[in-house]
Design a protein around this ligand. Structure first.
Ligand SMILES: C[S@@+](CC[C@H](N)C(=O)[O-])C[C@H]1O[C@@H](n2cnc3c(N)ncnc32)[C@H](O)[C@@H]1O
Length: 206
C-alpha cells in the first residue's frame, strides 16, 4: 500500500504540471491532445450502453474526459475524482454550468456503473517497483469496489522500447494485471494493446 506521503508527492508532481501549463494535455503530463483522446477512446470501450449510466473518473485532471463523454453520450452522471486540489479547482472552473461532481475523496458505499482512469499508474517517482505494484493492485481493487458493471484503466507497457523507458515511470506487464483481474474480479477481461502508443488498456466487464 502506498503511503499518504507518496500520494502527496504524486499530487505535487501533477499540481506543478497544471500550474506550469494550465488546463491542457501538457498540464496533466501528456504530450498532446491526440494521444489523450486516443486513451479516452480506449477506456470508453467499457461503456456498454447508449442509455443512462453513471461513471467515476479516477484521476480526472481538469476534466477533459467529461467533455469527451458529452460529445458522445447524452444521458450520464459523471463524477471526477483527483488527489490534486488544483486539478479539481481547474475542472470546477471550466465546467461551472454543467452537471458534474468534482471530488477529492471517494465516498464509501457509493457505487457507479463504470469506473475509468487514464494515467494514474504511470508516475511512480522514487517509489520502489515492488511498492508500486502493491499500489497498482490496491487501485485495481478500488476500481472494482466502486463499479457495478465494469472498469477500465491504462498503463505504460513493459513492452516499450528499452531506450525510451524512464526510471521514474512504471511499465506494467499486461499479463500480470490480466491474471489478477481474471482471477479476482471477473471472467470477462480484455487487454487492448493495439492502438499505437507504448501503452495498453485493461477492460474488466462484470
Ligand atoms: C496523467 S494525468 C491524466 C488526467 C486525465 N485522466 C486526462 O487524461 O486528462 C493523471 C491525473 O491523475 C491524478 N492522480 C494520480 N494518482 C491518483 C490517484 N491514486 N487517485 C486519484 N487521482 C490520481 C493526478 O493528480 C492527475 O491529475
Amino acid at each position: 500500500m502506498v503511503k499518504k506521503e507518496v500520494l502527496d508527492k504524486i499530487s505535487d508532481y501533477y499540481t506543478d504540471k497544471i500550474l506550469e501549463h494550465g488546463a491542457t494535455p501538457e498540464g496533466v503530463d501528456w504530450n498532446g491532445e491526440e494521444s489523450q483522446n486516443k486513451r479516452f477512446e480506449q477506456t470508453s470501450k467499457i461503456i456498454g450502453t447508449k442509455g443512462k449510466f453513471s461513471i467515476l473518473d479516477i484521476g480526472c485532471g481538469y476534466g477533459a474526459y467529461f467533455n469527451v463523454l458529452k460529445e458522445n453520450y447524452s444521458n450520464f452522471e459523471y463524477t471526477g475524482f483527483d488527489i490534486s486540489k488544483e486539478m479539481i479547482e481547474s475542472a470546477k472552473s471550466l465546467h461551472t454550468a454543467e452537471d458534474a461532481n468534482w471530488i477529492m475523496n471517494l465516498e464509501k458505499g457509493v457505487k457507479y456503473d463504470y469506473v475509468v482512469s487514464s494515467g494514474i499508474f504511470n508516475v511512480r517517482l522514487e517509489e520502489t517497483k515492488e511498492s508500486w505494484l502493491d499500489f497498482v493492485d490496491s487501485q485495481l481493487q478500488i476500481h472494482d469496489q466502486y463499479s457495478t458493471k465494469g472498469f477500465s484503466c491504462n498503463f505504460l507497457t513493459s513492452y516499450s522500447d528499452s531506450h525510451k523507458m524512464r526510471d521514474y515511470l512504471h511499465y506494467e506487464e499486461p499479463f500480470r494485471v490480466f491474471d489478477i483481474c481474471k482471477k479476482v474480479y471477473s471472467k470477462d477481461v480484455a487487454i487492448l494493446h493495439d492502438y499505437g502508443l507504448y501503452e495498453f488498456t485493461l477492460i474488466v466487464r462484470k
